[in-house]
Design a binder for this molecule. Structure first.
Ligand code: GLV
Ligand code: MN
Ligand code: MN
Length: 406
């Protein structure tokens, strides 16, 4: 594997960041490439073309994940990340991990090295921005799809089953399950936070991925005339929701290390002279400490009871995700750390505040590791940025990690 190091090509990586980033490009230079959309499909087709040209055995599994197999052997080393984005997101989140895997194949081919059995995977719908449920493709692959998930619909009423069918996948996505064939799982991803930049290090090793609770909350009150309905006895769904949002924010602030966000809210019927009759909002609570996360969610449950009693509303919680924090494999972290030292980077272990597909193999018992690549301007916005030089260094560290772990 080491002979491949000299063939890693920073210019090719830079060009491909742009080529892939052009699929779903928005007016202000961002990317909109939602899960199971034609744009996500086109990104998989482009990556498949690159990998097929280097001898990859290309398949799309029943969850529409792109898989390119190399080398031989019963059990695979999986190198994977995702190819979808949030609305108007950046061109690095997920995509850069896939591009580094492609570059590893390019470099190994150019150097003529024999590959171990490798499966390069581009996961479907990691973000969950369209149907509300994230990590879809990797959940299918590791037997962790939520019950009834294919019936979930996007804002236009298209279900996951419909969207899969439109892309030529008629079967059950649960059939994408990988049956104990994975030796280990590696994922490269931009950090999406400031720690590596602050530490002036291009790469880091992920120690823990935070646990995540995602809810969709529906508050049913009673719509009414804004001018003629007395304040007493109103069942204002937005006021009840506002109290819950503030209780959640307050609970997360008190509980250090836990973050809580309400990123979507809508009020119906939506007119300035009508009391809101129904409000739907999302909740995202994350923490490396599962007790902390549960404590914040339980404050929201208290706020729900309070809203029902004092405001006369009905409140329903729909749980979209409930994932525990995961600590990644110690042995793999050690190998990744040694690989970083070999490329001249003193390893720093990090907590990931973002969710990642790597959670699914880790929770399914596959030894799993992740490398973070320094990024700037945060993430989930068009300004998100990482350099091709750092991506090339990450590819070298990946090559060295595989040399150690194989
Ligand atoms: C995915 O990017 C997430 O952490 O929400
Ligand atoms: Mn991502
Ligand atoms: Mn993301």
């Amino acid at each position: 594997m080491r002979a491949a190091l000299a063939k890693v090509d920073v210019a090719r990586l830079g060009e491909r960041i742009e080529e892939l980033g052009a699929i779903g490009r928005t007016a202000d230079g961002g990317v909109t490439r939602l899960g199971l959309s034609p744009e996500e499909d086109a990104a998989k087709t482009l990556v498949a073309r690159w990998l097929q040209a280097r001898g990859g055995r290309i398949t799309r599994d029943p969850a529409a994940n792109l898989i390119a197999g190399f080398g031989s052997g019963d059990r695979a080393i999986v190198i994977a990340s995702h190819l979808d984005s949030v609305p108007n997101g950046g061109k690095y989140d997920g995509h850069l991990g896939v591009l580094c895997a492609v570059e590893l194949i390019e470099a190994a081919t150019a150097a003529g090295v024999a590959l171990p059995r490798l499966d390069i995977i581009g996961w479907t719908d990691e973000e969950g921005a369209r149907f509300g449920v994230g990590l879809f493709g990797s959940a299918a692959a590791y037997g962790r799809l939520p019950e009834g998930v294919v019936a979930r619909r996007d804002r236009d009423g298209v279900s996951i089953a419909d969207a899969l069918r439109a892309l030529g996948h008629d079967g059950d996505p649960a059939a994408a399950r990988r049956r104990g064939t994975d030796r280990l799982y590696l994922e490269l991803h931009i950090e999406q936070g400031p720690n590596l930049e602050r530490a002036k290090r291009p790469l880091g090793v992920v120690r823990t991925i935070v646990g995540i609770t995602h809810l969709r909350v529906t508050v049913e009150g009673a719509a009414g005339h804004a001018g003629t309905t007395p304040m007493e006895g109103r069942r204002d769904a937005l006021v009840a929701a506002a109290e819950m949002v503030l209780a959640l924010d307050d609970a997360a602030r008190r509980r250090g290390g836990t973050v809580a966000t309400v990123g979507e809210i809508s009020a119906e019927p939506g007119a300035k002279n009508v009391i809101p009759g129904r409000v739907i909002f999302t909740v995202d609570v994350r923490s490396p400490d599962d007790d902390g996360r549960r404590a914040v969610v339980s404050v929201l449950e208290d706020a729900k009871r309070d809203a029902v009693q004092r405001r006369g509303v009905r409140v329903d919680f729909d749980t979209l995700a409930d994932l525990p924090a995961v600590e990644l494999d110690k042995g793999i972290r050690g190998a990744l750390g040694e690989a970083l030292r070999e490329v001249g980077v003193e390893p720093l272990e990090l907590v990931s505040g973002a969710g990642h597909d790597a959670q699914n193999p880790a929770l399914a018992g596959v030894p799993t590791g992740m490398l973070f690549i320094r990024s700037t301007n945060g993430s989930h916005n068009p300004r998100e940025h990482a350099t091709a030089e750092d991506a090339a260094l990450a590819t070298k560290a990946l090559i060295l990690s595989i040399a150690r772990l194989n």
